[in-house]
Design a protein around this ligand. Structure first.
Ligand SMILES: Cc1cc2nc3c(=O)[nH]c(=O)nc-3n(C[C@H](O)[C@H](O)[C@H](O)COP(=O)(O)O)c2cc1C
Length: 226
């Protein structure tokens, strides 16, 4: 009797597990298209925050280049997004991970104009920096991240590429130096990578000429809080 009851319970449990799993799979299948669309929409929004739409004429989501694993500390190959207009390359946007955040890696989108100045930097959530301390790297918490716009390898000079506590030019947050230090380092590394590799990034050396870029249409940052 007891054996029968146990095997009946086991069958019911197994059936329950199968039905639950089936429901999860079905829900995932039904929503994955929407999740992907949301992901693309979020990416597009962030891309156009760092490189304004008015600065170029192509579809940055469609024009990409693959950056090999190992570059910029990324473990896998990754996609960088390119902005062009009729005169040539305008900017590249790199999804970069700052590995040394306080709570873990911090994902960033770093836009670099073709002449090597930072177009904009944004944190791509989620991250594990502490609310009220490290999370001030998010634009919705503070404007600190906007301080990178217009910087380059020469501005500030090499010794300035650190947080003030380390003798550099960039502010940190009271009692929370680790997070901004990680972000400053990632942005600096990206500028160095871009300087060394920009002709490969744009895959068009003939069009890379710092003097030919029209910077008059740099409309600046788009604040998502507006
Ligand atoms: C609970 C807790 C959370 C913390 N979160 C952060 C953080 O998100 N980012 C950060 O840089 N430091 C954080 N800190 C502080 C770091 O441990 C470290 O003391 C600090 O970054 C060093 O900055 P300072 O040189 O300005 O003192 C946190 C500390 C504690 C106790």
């Amino acid at each position: 009797m007891l054996g029968n009851a146990i095997s009946k319970d086991s069958i019911l449990l197994a059936l329950f597990a199968i039905v639950s799993t089936g429901l999860c799979v079905a829900t995932y299948e039904m929503t994955k298209g929407k999740i992907e669309l949301n992901r693309i929409a979020a990416l597009e929004k962030a891309l156009y925050e760092v490189v304004p739409k008015t600065s170029h004429s192509n579809n940055m989501l469609a024009e990409t280049t693959t950056i090999a694993a190992g570059s910029l500390g990324n473990k896998k190959d990754f996609t960088a997004y390119l902005a062009r207009n009729s005169e040539g390359p305008v900017a590249a946007v790199f999804p970069v991970t700052a590995p040394e955040g306080y709570g873990g890696p911090i994902n960033l989108l770093i836009g670099v104009y073709a002449d090597g100045t930072i177009a904009g930097v944004r944190v791509i959530p989620p991250h594990k920096e502490t609310p009220g301390l490290g999370d001030k790297i998010e634009l919705k918490k503070s404007e600190w991240i906007l301080g990178f716009t217009g910087t380059s390898l020469n501005n500030p000079k090499e010794s300035g590429w650190g947080v003030k506590k380390d003798g550099g030019d960039f502010d940190s947050f009271t009692g929370a130096t680790i997070t901004p230090r990680a972000v400053v380092k990632a942005v600096h590394n990206t500028l160095q990578y871009f300087e060394a590799e920009k002709s490969n990034v744009f895959n068009d050396t003939a069009m890379i000429n710092d003097n030919t870029f029209d910077t008059s249409n740099r409309t600046g940052e788009v604040n998502p809080n507006d």
